[in-house]
Structure formats: structure tokens, C-alpha cells
Write a protein that binds this ligand. Structure first.
Ligand SMILES: [Zn+2]
Ligand SMILES: [Zn+2]
Length: 347
């Protein structure tokens, strides 16, 4: 079958390859992948800025149809069922994290798409415990967004606990920023400020407002601090959701949070260390919440919200390309064109 692989360590080394299909073991299912979204993490893997074990098939934001069920899962899953799935391959199931429902940060995890074969391929074989049914009526284009939508649920609802918050700043208006807007709206947050750059001004800012942002700020043209202070009676926002991974946005954002406010960290930073106004975190008694990936509980939240938010989520899919045109999709991502680009494995 055709598959997009990271073929060797170092920068680059991404290529379309012909690889053998793998039959499911007793506890696995084999899925004919429909769509797999291109994620910022894929660019980090290409650039060798995110842990990866080549040669490995990339891609982790998948949806598809079950085509084969392992012997131990007979009855639990049927051929023909439409599914999405988590990427926590290798999680041990026995450590304190796994037993607490957090296999997404199990030290034994070897995530599919970076350390175990992923879903930029015609078929994917995965452990059955990772798989979830797609709710009836949710189209493929929306189901394909389940993984990032679950991450946003984990960050804002579970880790961030932003339910009681009135004003939030979301820095970054790519997929994670825009999905954070959807969750912020669901949580009833009144003021949702979204910041970005010239790259976001044409398309993504309009989308952010359509999804529920009350204000968008281009930090290259406007003074973000002034806008935030004007809209918060000079106090700063109750919570700041950092989705950009940009060192400049991170050092600029800390003083925009209200004293005793909350900082929710989502965006991956390319560098190992970056400057942060550390003392401000202390002086202002800010809460700092690190977030990574998506535990099973967040998938339940995402899947139960997908039918309701389907019309909004569908707006985030700005291109669908056949797998062969992956390089074009990666280039569009790198240049910040559109929002979510899906690769179609069946075309
Ligand atoms: Zn992703
Ligand atoms: Zn574990």
C-alpha cells in the first residue's frame, strides 16, 4: 500500500513509499483510512523537532472504516463501522498514569504517526482500545477533526477548567486556536480575544469571529496589550490559552493575564528553551497548566459535541488533497494557508 513515511533521522527525509499491509493481531482492528489531517506536529517531525523513530508511517488525525477485526475483539467491533481513534499506541495500561485514565502521557507510549506506524496510508492497524465509533450523522470531514478537537477539550475544559471564566485571550489562530474558540463559546465565556499575525488576517480572523471570537488582533499591526487592557478594565484576561508556540507571543502574553489568572499551554515551541518573564508569573500568582495530547475522557467530550458543532468544525477544513499531493499540503501548512488540510487515502 501507499504510505507517507519519515524514512531517516534528521531534517526532511519524508517520502511516499510502498509498504506491506499488516494484518491485525488478536486485540487489534484494521482500518481503511478515509482522511488523515496534516498537523503542526507533522511539520515538526519533518523538521526533526519532535521525537520520531524512522522509518515510520506519519499521520495521526485519522478516521476510517473497520475492514478486519482481531479474534479477541469479535463482537465488540464489526466490519464496516466508521471510527476515529486515539494515537496512544504503546501505553502500558498498568502504570499510575494509565490506571488514572491518562495513557496519553504514559512513559511507555510510542505514539502512532511518529514512533509507531500511523495513518498517512491506505490502511492502519491499531489496538482496539484506541478506537471510537463516529456518532451517526457526523460526516467524515468533521470526524477527521476529532483528535485536535479532543485536545482542545482537554486543554480548555479538563486541564484549564475554564468553565467559570469571563474573559479569555487565545494566542494563535490556526486549528488549535480556532477549536479553542469553539470550546470557549461552549463554556459560555463572554469575551474571547484571538491574536495572530499578518498570516491570519485574511482568512482565519474572519473564521475566528464567525466561530464566536469577540475580537481579533493582528499583533504586527495593533498593540495587543492596549486592546486587552481596554477590553478588561485594565485588569487583563482571566485566562490565556497559548496556541501559537511562538516565543514572541509567549513573552508578550504573560503580563496580559489578570493577577491570579490562568495560563493554559498548548502550542509546541520549536526551540528547547525560550525567554519567559518568569517573575511576573510569581508576582501575579498565575496558574500555569501544561497540556499535551488527548486522554480518553477528552475524546468522549469531543465526540459528544461533534454533532452540535459540526457546522462550525466543517468550516475549519479548508482543503482536501489526495495522498500523492502531500508535499503541497505540507507547504500550505508551513505558509499558513487555510486551516486544516486533510489527505484523502481513498482517492
Ligand atoms: Zn495532531
Ligand atoms: Zn502506562
Amino acid at each position: 500500500m501507499k504510505a507517507l513515511m519519515k524514512t531517516a533521522p534528521g531534517r526532511g527525509h519524508v517520502a511516499l513509499c510502498d509498504v506491506p499491509e499488516r494484518a491485525p493481531q488478536a486485540d487489534e482492528v484494521r482500518i481503511a483510512v478515509k482522511y488523515c489531517g496534516i498537523c503542526g506536529t507533522d511539520l515538526h517531525i519533518e523538521a526533526d523537532e519532535f521525537p520520531n523513530d524512522p522509518p515510520v508511517i506519519m499521520g495521526h488525525e485519522y478516521c476510517g472504516t473497520i475492514v478486519e477485526v482481531g479474534s479477541a475483539l469479535a463482537g465488540a467491533w464489526q466490519v464496516g463501522e466508521r471510527v476515529v481513534g486515539e494515537l496512544h499506541t504503546g501505553a502500558c495500561g498498568t502504570c499510575f498514569l494509565c490506571r488514572a485514565g491518562k495513557p496519553h502521557i504514559c512513559p511507555h507510549k510510542r505514539a502512532l504517526g511518529s514512533r509507531t506506524d500511523g495513518a498517512f496510508a491506505e490502511f492502519l492497524t491499531v489496538p482496539g482500545w484506541l478506537v471510537h465509533r463516529i456518532p451517526d450523522g457526523v460526516p467524515w470531514e468533521v470526524a477527521a477533526l476529532s483528535e485536535p478537537f479532543a485536545i482542545a477539550a482537554h486543554c480548555l475544559v479538563e486541564r484549564g477548567a475554564l468553565g467559570g471564566v469571563r474573559r479569555v485571550l487565545i494566542s494563535g489562530s490556526a486549528t488549535m486556536g480556532l477549536m479553542s474558540v469553539i470550546w470557549a463559546r461552549r463554556l459560555g465565556i463572554e469575551e474571547i480575544l484571538v491574536s495572530g499575525t499578518d498570516l491570519d488576517a485574511a482568512e482565519r480572523f474572519a473564521l475566528a469571529r464567525e466561530l464566536g471570537a469577540t475580537c481579533t488582533v493582528n499583533v504586527q499591526r495593533e498593540d495587543l496589550r492596549q486592546v486587552v487592557m481596554e477590553r478588561t478594565e485594565g485588569q487583563g484576561v482571566d485566562a490565556w490559552v497559548e496556541c501559537s508556540g511562538s516565543p514572541a507571543a509567549i513573552s508578550q502574553g504573560v503580563p496580559l493575564v489578570k493577577r491570579t489568572g490562568q495560563v493554559v499551554l498548548i502550542g509546541l515551541v520549536g526551540e528547547e528553551t525560550i525567554p519567559v518573564p518568569w517573575n511576573t508569573l510569581l508576582y501575579h500568582e498565575l496558574g500555569l497548566v501544561g497540556c499535551f495530547s488527548s486522554p480518553p475522557s477528552s475524546w468522549a467530550l469531543a465526540l459528544s459535541a461533534e454533532a452540535e458543532e459540526g457546522h462550525k468544525l466543517r468550516r475549519l477544513v479548508t482543503s482536501i488533497l489526495p495522498l500523492e499531493r502531500w508535499a503541497e499540503g505540507f507547504a500550505m501548512m508551513r505558509q499558513g494557508q487555510g486551516v486544516k488540510i486533510l489527505l484523502d487515502m481513498q482517492s
